[in-house]
Design a protein around this ligand. Structure first.
Ligand code: URA
Ligand code: URA
Length: 212
């Protein structure tokens, strides 16, 4: 009943899409967020405080995708606001990227217990949410932060060290794998490659947003 009503709203909005696509997509994104808040497709929801859906501009031209919420994110409901998030903020600022213009989310929307890696079943059950976020926001550029996001979105099992630093074109979008900011906190030798990656990311972003 409830989901029928939601579906007919979507149908109605789809028909209007031609004239008013961005605003329609924003409405659909808000509806998706609502749906995620009551999702029980895996057991992560019962072990976390809240769903961390994503944060930023629904019209972002650049999306960043991490692994899953940590303790701070679970507590406050926003992605990348703990130690790794603060480092990410510094990287974005140094690259001249304004976090408010971007969209940041994670592969899984609920915090795994003790910050363990989400397992393949949890990733598979949560992935439709991320795919729908990508479809609605429709960013031409996506940054995969860390090995899990890279494996999930690029599909390759090759190491992040080999994959990072290049764009991979998939279904009309470009994906750039780079190291996770939490990995930089553990291993400072990764700072240099991440900086190189973000210079390339910012360069492409400026080209796209300056009308190119
Ligand atoms: N690490 C992630 O992968 N995502 C967050 O939101 C925070 C830390
Ligand atoms: N290696 C890293 O340096 N970072 C990751 O996130 C995964 C593997």
């Amino acid at each position: 009943m409830e989901s029928n009503r939601q579906q007919s709203l979507f149908d109605y909005l789809e028909k209007k899409e031609g004239s008013d696509r961005p605003r329609v997509a924003e409405t659909q994104l808000a509806a998706l967020e609502e749906a995620c808040r009551t999702c029980n497709l895996c057991t992560l929801r019962s072990g976390c405080r809240q769903v961390v859906f994503g944060d930023g501009s629904p019209r972002a031209r650049l999306m960043l995708v991490g692994e899953g919420p940590g303790a701070d994110e679970d507590r406050l409901g926003k992605p990348f606001i703990g130690a790794a998030g603060k480092l990410l903020d510094r990287i974005l600022e140094a690259a001249g990227l304004n976090r408010d213009e971007l969209y940041i989310t994670n592969v899984v929307k609920c915090r795994p217990p003790r910050n363990r890696l989400p397992d393949t079943d949890e990733v598979a059950r949560c992935l439709p949410h991320l795919k729908e976020q990508i479809r609605l926001i429709d960013p031409p550029l996506i940054v995969c932060l860390g090995a899990l996001a890279t494996r999930t979105m690029i599909g390759s099992k090759d190491t992040l060290t080999r994959l990072r630093g290049r764009w991979y074109e998939i279904e009309g979008r470009r994906y750039m794998p780079t190291f996770h900011p939490a990995a930089l906190l553990r291993d400072s030798s990764k700072k240099r490659p991440v900086w190189e990656d973000f210079k390339e990311i910012a360069f492409c972003y400026q080209q796209i947003t300056s009308g190119g």
